[in-house]
Write a protein that binds this ligand. Structure first.
Ligand code: MN3
Ligand code: MN3
Length: 325
């Protein structure tokens, strides 16, 4: 006999239009579905054999693979699991599928360009690199601390997710985009550009839902979480600087990568409705050239920009934290 006193399950109802943007994000994500095999990475093989910075490139892709693996297996899944709204839950589940495509796409580049023993060496390096492991641990700890009775914990997970997707990925994205913008390993850069196109939806969507949750908090909670957020970002930023110096040492590109990282840290904060933290600075224009312009995603979101600014967070002043660039 079925026990009707047991928990009553509710079905997802897309007829009800409670949150219009959930469907907007859903449609946009599916519109831009892609598979790495559609990109002719094999056309990069000739350039690859003569490429001087193979080691950096392989490690960049290795680092990105780890982050997208975590985002598939822990990030989007845990956020989907604890999000109470059923449409929103479905959206995060779709995002998780795209994370799995991202994580797999780096392997496609590896398989095309590298030997098996080279690939094995990269995956061993991932396990050993302290900066990479540090950020993986920091982010996953927040994902794993979501408690269904603690609304702040879900907000923190969303904050961490935006940090990962709108900020931490960019130290890695830099190199393929920088090279692609100059016509080097352009097809591999195309793969990265498609990943970045998805991340821009994820960052805006997750940031939007985080802002909605933030609005429901008391002024005391908001203040506490704001401090937590900036401290979390700063901690990750210091680690990212060290990771960048280590990873890009042989290329001389570290200063440019760090500018790009700060630029994207500000974007992550904007996605979350927080005030930016780093002063404006020029990003290497070659990197911007490397970003595929054909898709309308960037325009789509920048035009809709004001729609997403639902929460205005009490500004934090320059004196609140001090840090070195
Ligand atoms: Mn991803
Ligand atoms: Mn993502």
């Amino acid at each position: 006999m079925l026990d009707l006193k047991a928990k009553s399950f509710e079905a997802v109802n897309w007829n009800r239009n409670q949150q219009e943007l959930t469907k907007v994000f859903w449609d946009q994500q599916w519109k831009q579905i892609w598979f790495p095999e559609e990109i002719a990475v094999s056309k990069d093989i000739k350039q690859w054999t003569e490429f001087a910075h193979q080691d950096t490139y392989k490690k960049v892709l290795g680092g990105l693979t780890l982050l997208d693996t975590i985002q598939t297996n822990i990030g989007m899944n845990e956020i989907a699991r604890f999000t109470p709204d059923l449409q929103e839950k479905a959206l995060f589940t779709v995002f998780a599928s795209f994370e799995a495509i991202h994580a797999k796409s780096y392997s496609y580049i590896f398989t095309t360009l590298c030997t098996n023993s080279e690939i094995d060496a990269v995956f061993e390096w991932i396990k050993r690199n302290e900066y990479l492991q540090y950020k993986a641990n920091k982010i996953s700890d927040v994902y794993r601390s979501i408690n269904e009775h603690d609304a702040e914990s879900l907000w923190k997970a969303m904050f961490a997710s935006v940090m990962l997707e709108s900020f931490l990925f960019y130290s890695g994205f830099f190199f393929p985009l920088y090279l692609g913008g100059q016509g080097t390993l352009r097809n591999s850069a195309e793969v990265i550009s498609l990943i970045l196109r998805d991340e821009s939806i994820h960052g805006v969507a997750t940031g939007f839902f985080a802002q909605q949750r933030f609005q429901s908090f008391t002024p005391e909670q908001k203040e506490k979480l704001t401090v937590w957020g900036y401290e979390f970002l700063l901690d990750l930023y210091h680690n990212e600087v060290a990771y960048t110096n280590d990873l890009y040492a042989e290329t001389g590109l570290s200063p440019d990568v760090k500018s790009y990282v700060r630029f994207n840290a500000n974007k992550a904060l904007m996605n979350l409705g927080f005030d930016v933290m780093f002063p404006d600075e020029e990003v290497n224009p070659i990197v911007m050239n490397g970003i595929r312009n054909e898709g309308s995603t960037y325009d789509f979101f920048s035009q809709k920009g004001s729609t997403y600014a639902v929460a205005k967070v009490a500004p934090i002043t320059d004196e609140t934290f001090s840090f070195d660039f």
